[in-house]
Design a protein around this ligand. Structure first.
Ligand SMILES: Nc1ncnc2c1ncn2[C@@H]1O[C@H](COP(=O)(O)OP(=O)(O)OP(=O)(O)O)[C@@H](O)[C@H]1O
Ligand SMILES: [Zn+2]
Length: 532
């Protein structure tokens, strides 16, 4: 894999942080351990489950219930005892894992399964000015990309698609036409009515605040409750069945709404209930029933994780990490893998894109504020900002926020006497300084770090992260490529899937971006680099 042996020392001295030790993470760890990396830190908050074993090959049956990070580290050390692997069993969002801590690595690789953690790592890497390799897989699709501060798009440069799928209310209630409609009915309506004591949960359901719908819901609940009261009686099962699959079906034909309430796909009783009732309903409506396994996938919104997809994406991710560390930035690409679509190739690549000038994360300046937050007041912080001319322009007018909460603005100073701690601002909090005049001043994100508790209330402000030491940073192309390579495909409308490193949910080959190049396995030299 390594084509520049003279640069091997660069890898040996690089500290790499791997976030997530699941399907992709185990593969990445194995690749790192055999590519010349000597110092790997691995973090995962979870423990090993039986269902992980088919693809997370560092884990065995005897490890079930044990922390993934520790077991993965031990397993890989048995394969290569000459490296150092430090496992951390924790949430990557733990405030103790500060920007300074992120700064101690030369590169970070994400092998995560959720948007929230990905967003956090993206922010920390932007603040710490550390390169991030993003990965994502879903079934037979996957992608990986490289995120470099000030050079490429970050994870937030393009909006993320909504993850939740919803169904038209009347289809679920009145006219189910496929098994998924019956599964949604069984899981979200019937299950909750039967087994959820807290009827207030019904307020979570999307009734469009229609009084008729809500009246119907409460009438149904009442009837069902009365039947449930007769649970000791001989006719209870028959009455219940008749109501749900007889009387209730006719009532349903007159109703017009649907619900969404959680159920646990891993609770076997819950799953069997939902599966049986969905299949009975499907039968009544002339829809083909299916197995409990398939219904579990539908009810749990499960997209199967495929070992080969994980291995391919992990391989490319580590290749990209090596390129970044060796300074071959111009060779780094966003790479998509898609199997089973209507295109013949499996791998497609796209040039890294420049940052979106309106992105609130990568366009922000990052400062860190050290403070003894149990003694420092908001007033102290505001004063320090106005005194600190090196980072803030003179007469800088701004609002200070924590997420959506306004802490201070020129017309709101109620919080000034409060200590930072009493305002809930402690180590790891990220504050946003939103300038009044956004056209001339950038947003500033400030990370709060803890100062020695014995020190006075003084606050110090510093720039976050180290200066970039990236080799080859000037190699990133200035513009997005506009024409597709000669590959036989016409330019397609941009579907948004070019989003660097986004949480990949469903990306068939049809959703490939217009600027995609096809990686032909027998094509050019530079293409081969990606898959060696
Ligand atoms: N905030 C976080 N901090 C640390 N690790 C995280 C965080 N969020 C997710 N992870 C870890 O990222 C890994 C993602 O791997 P993967 O997608 O294979 O998940 P999984 O839970 O093992 O598999 P599946 O969801 O398919 O059952 C998991 O091991 C998960 O524990
Ligand atoms: Zn961005």
């Amino acid at each position: 894999m390594l084509t520049q042996p003279d640069k091997l020392p660069l890898l040996k001295s690089s500290k790499v942080l791997l976030v997530g030790s699941g399907g992709v993470g185990c593969e990445v760890l194995k690749n790192l351990a055999f590519s010349g990396f000597l110092d790997i830190t691995l973090i995962d908050l979870d423990t090993i489950e039986l269902s992980n074993l088919n693809r997370q090959f560092l884990f065995r049956n005897k490890h079930i219930g044990m922390p993934k990070a520790t077991v993965a580290a031990n397993s890989i050390l048995q394969m290569n005892p000459n490296i150092s692997v430090t496992p951390i069993v924790d949430n990557i969002k733990n405030p103790k894992l500060s920007i300074n801590w992120f700064s101690s690595f030369q590169i970070v690789i994400n092998a995560l399964d959720n948007l929230d953690a990905r967003r956090h790592v993206n922010l920390m890497c932007q603040a710490a000015n550390i390169p991030l390799i993003e990965t994502g897989t879903a079934g037979y699709s996957g992608q990986t990309t490289v995120i470099l501060r000030n050079l490429t798009e970050c994870f937030e440069c393009q909006p993320k698609p909504l993850e939740q799928k919803t169904f038209p209310v009347c289809t679920i209630r009145n006219t189910p036409s496929s098994l998924i409609h019956c599964v949604v009915w069984a899981k979200n309506y019937l299950f909750s009515k039967m087994f959820t004591r807290d009827t207030s949960k019904i307020s979570d359901l999307d009734t469009d605040k229609d009084p008729d719908v809500e009246a119907n819901l409460s009438k149904e609940s009442e009837v069902l409750k009365n039947i449930l009261y007769s649970i000791q009686e001989k006719d209870f099962p028959k009455n219940l069945f008749d109501y749900i699959f007889g009387t209730h079906i006719s009532i349903l034909l007159e109703l017009k709404d649907m619900w969404i309430i959680e159920f646990d796909k891993d609770d076997i009783d819950a799953l069997e209930f939902v599966s049986s009732t969905a299949n009975i309903r499907a039968f009544i409506f002339g829809i083909k029933p299916d197995s409990i396994f398939q219904i579990k996938a539908m009810a749990g919104n499960i997209i199967p994780s495929v070992a080969t997809t994980n291995a391919i994406i992990a391989g490319i991710a580590v290749t990209q990490a090596i390129k970044v560390l060796l300074g071959n930035i111009s060779d780094c690409k966003t790479v998509y893998y898609a199997y089973g679509g209507n295109r013949p190739q499996l791998l497609y690549k796209e040039s890294l894109l420049h940052p979106n000038p309106n992105c609130p994360i990568c366009q922000a300046q990052y400062l860190s504020i050290s403070s003894n937050y149990s003694k420092s007041t908001l007033q102290d912080l505001i004063k320090q900002i106005s005194d600190c001319k090196s980072y803030f322009p003179t007469d800088f007018e701004y609002s200070l926020l924590e997420n959506d909460r306004i802490l201070y603005d020129p017309d709101f100073d109620d919080n000034l006497p409060s200590t930072l701690e009493s305002l809930g601002i402690t180590s790891g909090s990220i504050l946003t300084l939103l300038p009044e005049d956004e056209s001339t001043n950038p947003t500033i994100l400030i990370a709060i770090q803890e100062k020695n508790q014995t020190e006075k209330s003084a606050i110090t402000i510093e720039k976050c992260g180290s200066e970039s030491t990236l080799y080859g940073a000037n190699q990133v192309p200035k513009k997005r490529k506009l024409e597709p390579k000669e590959n036989g495909y016409s330019q397609e409308p941009n579907t948004g899937s070019k989003n660097a490193g986004k949480a990949l949910k469903k990306s068939g080959t049809d959703s490939l971006p217009s600027t995609t190049e096809i990686i032909d396995l027998e094509s050019t030299e530079s293409d081969k680099v990606l898959i060696e």
